[in-house]
Ligand binder design. Sequence first.
Ligand SMILES: *Cc1c(COP(=O)(O)O)cnc(C)c1O
Length: 405
Amino acid sequence: MADSMSVNRALFDEVMVPNYSPSAVIPVRGQGSRVWDQQDREFIDFAGGIAVNCLGHCHPALVDALKTQGEKLWHLSNVMTNEPALRLAKKLVDNTFAEKVYFANSGAESNEAALKLARRWAIDNFGEHKSQIIAFKQGFHGRTFFTVTVGGQPAYSDGFGPKPADVVHAEYNNLESVEALISDNTCAIVMEPLQGEGGIIEPISEFVQGVRALCDKHNALLVFDEVQTGVGRLGHLYAYMDLGVSPDILTTAKALGGGFPIGAMLTTTEIAKHLKIGTHGSTYGGNPLACAVAEAAFDTVNDASVLTGVTNKSARYFAALNAINEKYNVFSEVRGKGLLIGAVLNEKYQGRAKDFLVAAMEQGLMTLVAGANVIRFAPSLVIEDELIDEGMARFEKAVAAVTAG
Ligand SMILES: *Cc1c(COP(=O)(O)O)cnc(C)c1O
């Protein structure tokens, strides 16, 4: 019986595939940027469900959209279209470079669609030889076999047998390394406009512009994976808007649904036409519940005061982290943009990002890591300034504990 079952961390090891290693803490409810666990311990959330909860937990506009749609229509499949999907697509088109939208359920699926579309476009227009995909070392694009192969972390892609072919990796922020690989056989360059999982690495703007120019020169598509950077995270609706270039294909997920699973691929009419009827699809893609919540999230985030707020809150994070560093000397650098921030551990604390995360949890603060050396912060875009301060006070205690130990 559900009532008599003890639901705890031990049950995870009993019934779940062991590909994750979750915290012992099991949260049961959240409100804004606070979360409570089974024992009613309170946590401040600087993790945002990995850059997903752009409006915190249980934002009233999202709860309302979910409830309203939940009493109307849940699912149709793509045999029929639906109003929330059409409304959301129209808003995405009206507010970006894009003219066409494809809905998926996750970042990986959005990227899978982008990669398949790029290949189709190149093969239709130029022939079978034009299949090379250039991506970047330390890049991350999801966990399907195609996206993990395009991602630049062999630890994630190796050991599963033969990989999709003709995928190569250049160095991020190194235009010569791209020049050395690109040719008229290149169909696409795939990049994050700030590497997230790879360690919060910002692109140099000349590098991005150089990549765009190389794509144009070689008739290759530029694909921006904005799964983590999109929907206001860096202080603009999409990161490309502040880089002086437009991609040909853009993928968005994570914050798009504010916590409800949804992803999308955005592109132009000219490119989109190569995904002809029947060439690609998804049962759940464009699901009415997901699109209704995403529409509410989009309307809330796509607001000048929310986006300006991201930049102001970012400065507050940087100031607090730099102040902590002055006292404890733990970071070599605090980097990132908007509310995607990485505190990079210095020589003395190499490989210990997880220790800081665990110590922060003990102080009632949720954080993230990006690799072994970077503590990552990806909070709600509307987190209250007082909660940033309170969370940073907790983080300082965690840093004090780790450095004392
Ligand atoms: C998280 C992430 C993905 C994968 O998204 P999923 O929803 O986990 O499939 C892809 N690209 C980037 C840049 C990401 O940060």
